[in-house]
Design a protein around this ligand. Structure first.
Ligand code: HEC
Ligand code: HEC
Length: 359
């Protein structure tokens, strides 16, 4: 599926209009406007387009431990802004009860373009995704009935829900919608690389060579999976088995990845292709956080690839263990990867903890 071809802005507007019609004119929530997306694929349509009020409410909920059983864990407890909303430097986040999770916490940005969420794609939308961590026993461990009761009883949230959704009964769907609206506003589009695309600055010589190596099929050969040339997402947002495991039978995988959801043999060992954006601040790497540094990641792609069961044929050099880069080439690729760090995103006050009052 090529989600980039999705072309349904009219649909979005229609849905938004229907939602907004539930309000008296003066109280209508204001649709959130996005900008600076010239080099991104068209944003796929959604039945839940962010409004200023909805995203503001979602931001409170994202930072509020009210959605965890013992009021100890919020979404932000594992997804930290300064780490591009990953949990770097932790390999595995700890949720309620302190038990480490089975997979590395994913960063959160540019989610609006992802047709499915999680390392194995088990959530088909951002809205659906929200339901998982709240009830997961090792994450927030709260049943949704209690979650909804808590929010309904809150004088703090009642007016915020009204502003975002009108005079309707608060429920779990609206909680999920509000958090998803906030998440949809988490746009990373102001790295040095973005500034180069927009013609505002130039790459250094090393960064430029790294960019060329990433996109050269006879060199880094990263481009089939991690897009950086005229598609600024840094990922095709599809799933792939990039040869991490040396196993030759489907049941040899400790974590079967996407196959655990689809039950299909072809998906064994396939994981969501992460964006290359902000990778300098999201170590460790891969679904199991096995690599501590980008040097280790490059060594893997260069010499450490396992030509294993079900490897993605787009790993074209797997038969020789990888793309075989020189030390100098690896350093240049890392120099390029560093241009994808969006410092403005990491400190953007609009994404920070709204409960912290500025003095
Ligand atoms: C205890 C730590 C923890 C908490 C709390 C937590 N998450 Fe996560 N989050 C993770 C981990 C780990 C993953 C990857 C899990 C997987 O793929 O199996 C993840 C994945 C995600 C993803 C998928 C990103 C992608 O690119 O596919 C989204 C979105 C997300 N979390 C949002 C949230 C929201 C919203 C909340 C609060 C309601 C939340 N998380 C609470 C640890 C946490
Ligand atoms: C065939 C598709 C494919 C190719 C080609 C590919 N990758 Fe990946 N990449 C993936 C997948 C899939 C993952 C996640 C794998 C996992 O966790 O199981 C990944 C993970 C990564 C990560 C870790 C990101 C994170 O957040 O954990 C980095 C960095 C990375 N790749 C860089 C590169 C570079 C640099 C190249 C070229 C030298 C490259 N990749 C080539 C598919 C690919």
């Amino acid at each position: 599926m090529d989600f980039r071809k999705t072309d349904l802005p009219v649909f979005t507007v229609v849905i938004a209009t229907i939602v907004i019609l539930g309000f008296k004119d003066a109280d209508k929530p204001v649709l959130y406007t996005f900008s600076g997306l010239e080099f991104f694929p068209e944003m796929p349509a959604t039945a839940n387009p962010p409004t200023v009020e909805g995203a503001a409410l979602g931001r409170f909920l994202f930072y509020d431990p009210i959605l965890s059983a013992d009021h100890s864990v919020s979404c932000a407890g594992c997804h930290k802004q300064e780490a591009a909303f990953s949990d770097a430097p932790n390999r595995f986040s700890k949720g309620i009860g302190g038990k480490p999770m089975a997979r590395n916490t994913m960063p959160l940005f540019n989610l609006a373009w992802y047709p499915s969420l999680f390392w194995d794609g088990k959530a088909a939308s951002i809205e659906e995704q929200v339901f998982h961590p709240v009830r997961a026993h090792d994450e927030m461990n709260l049943n949704w009935t209690t979650a909804v009761q808590r929010i309904r009883q809150s004088d703090f949230y009642r007016p915020k829900f009204r502003a975002a959704f009108g005079n309707v009964e608060m429920d779990s769907v609206l909680i999920a919608r509000a958090i998803a609206q906030f998440e949809r506003t988490l746009i990373s589009n102001n790295s040095r690389y973005d500034q180069v695309l927009r013609g505002e600055v130039f790459f250094t010589a090393d960064e430029y060579e790294g960019f060329v190596l990433v996109n050269d099929q006879t060199k880094g050969d990263c481009l089939h999976c991690h897009t950086t040339d005229a598609d600024a997402l840094g990922t095709t947002a599809t799933f792939s088995n990039n040869g991490l495991e040396a196993v030759f039978k489907p049941d040899g995988y400790k974590d079967k990845g996407k196959a655990a959801i689809t039950g299909q043999l072809k998906d064994v060992g396939s994981f969501k292709i992460p964006s290359l954006r902000n990778v300098t601040v999201t170590a460790p790497y891969m679904h199991d956080g096995r690599f501590q540094t980008l040097e280790e990641v490059l060594d893997f792609y260069s010499e450490g690839v396992n030509n294993s069961y079900n490897i993605d044929p787009k790993m074209e050099y797997a038969h020789q263990g990888g793309v075989r880069l020189t030390k100098d080439e690896k350093e240049k690729i890392i120099a390029f990867l560093a241009t994808l760090t969006d410092t403005a995103f990491l400190i953007n006050p609009a994404y920070g903890n709204p409960f912290v009052r500025k003095k």
